[in-house]
Design a protein around this ligand. Structure first.
Ligand code: GSH
Length: 339
């Protein structure tokens, strides 16, 4: 074997092993902040506001975990990552978790050695074109130039889709979302392809959104969710159950507005009481305070509240719940039992 390849592999494995010490919870507690990987910026999902404070649907997951573990949703260092840098950032231990529209795939789970802690947005890949391109379907894109972000599933799905449909294309590879938008608006490509949620989010920020349209095809499954390194099941549990706490809170009608009251005057729904720590010892079972879920919900709201205020239909981004509704409303959001 080529020596430099071997050395590179070993160095990476060493780095991954160092990052993957089974003590992320202790590290986070000792440090007093959570290092959470996010994007370099996607409106509604993760972006600093005018005061430089990170806001958004994915940011809320970071803040919920910080609240659950440290009792403080502001105790987060947000680390911007690109499609390319996100996995080395997590493997090396630079970040404790990644919450960044990242698709749960087989090879990321197994070969890259990560654990996806669930899904916070069921998405699929789409295509955006200028309306004056005169195209109504992705099947009409033969020979198109396509703006595409490197290191993403988008890149791979694009190749699959054009191959399946016997079409050719010319990729215009781009590193960040902001640059992709800039290039697309400047006419560097005919088509811009990525997750449909990101297309909608970015289009909402265009000066003339009506001059651009999403084509009807959804060409892939993109279950997006937070992830952690292999090898630390305790930390995996904490991130996973914090996400489920937000989802369960919506199911049981626990909101940012009523959570303190429900916790100080427990009602007669035992599942809600266990979730909020007024019955049982669920927090202690994970090595965090029994008020972990209450603290998370008080800080960021339940899953539905987060969705509605960051990316939902009443926001400029305007995404419908669709597959991301609760299972009780015909969607796929389903938290396992809190017992
Ligand atoms: N879900 C896909 C795509 C993720 C992705 O990178 N999406 C773009 C959409 S704009 C993004 O988040 N860009 C923000 C950035 O570059 O920081 C994946 O996991 O590979």
């Amino acid at each position: 074997m080529n020596k430099s390849v071997l050395f590179g592999t070993l160095a990476f494995a060493g780095l991954a092993a160092a990052g993957a010490s089974a003590a992320t919870l202790d590290d986070v507690k000792a440090r007093g902040t959570l290092n959470c990987g996010v994007t370099t910026g996607v409106p509604g999902f993760a972006e600093p506001d005018s005061d430089g404070v990170w806001q958004g649907f994915d940011v809320a997951v970071c803040r919920a975990v910080a609240a659950a573990v440290l009792g403080d949703s502001d105790a987060v260092t947000f680390v911007p990552t690109t499609g390319k840098t996100r996995f080395t950032s997590l493997a090396s231990g630079e970040i404790d978790m990644l919450a960044r529209n990242t698709t749960w795939t087989f090879s990321r789970d197994t070969d890259l050695k990560f654990d996806f802690t669930g899904v916070n947005y069921y998405d699929g890949q789409g295509f955006m074109v200028p309306t004056d391109l005169g195209v109504a379907s992705a099947t009409e894109l033969d020979g198109a130039t396509v703006c595409i972000q490197t290191g993403t599933t988008t890149e791979l799905n694009l190749a699959d889709y054009f191959r399946i449909n016997g079409m050719s294309y010319e990729p215009v590879p781009i590193e960040t979302g902001a640059e992709a938008v800039q290039q697309f608006l400047a006419g560097a490509c005919d088509v811009y392809t990525t997750d449909r949620s990101a297309l909608a989010a970015q289009r909402a920020g265009f000066e003339n959104p009506d001059n651009y349209m999403l084509l009807p095809e959804v060409v892939s499954k993109e279950p997006l969710g937070p992830l952690v390194r292999h090898g630390d099941s305790e930390w995996f549990d904490i991130v996973k159950w914090t996400l489920y706490a937000l989802i369960a809170a919506e199911e049981y009608g626990v909101t940012q507005a009523n959570v303190e009251e429900l916790a100080s005057a427990p009602g007669d729904n035992p599942e809600v009481n266990r979730l909020l720590g007024t019955e049982g010892e669920l927090g202690a079972m994970m090595g965090v305070s029994n008020s972990w879920a209450k603290d998370a919900i008080a800080a960021v709201g339940n899953f539905g509240e987060i969705f509605d205020t960051t990316i939902g239909e009443s926001t400029a981004i305007g995404l419908a719940r669709g597959l991301n509704a609760q299972y009780t409303d015909g969607g796929l959001m389903y938290a396992p039992p809190f017992r």
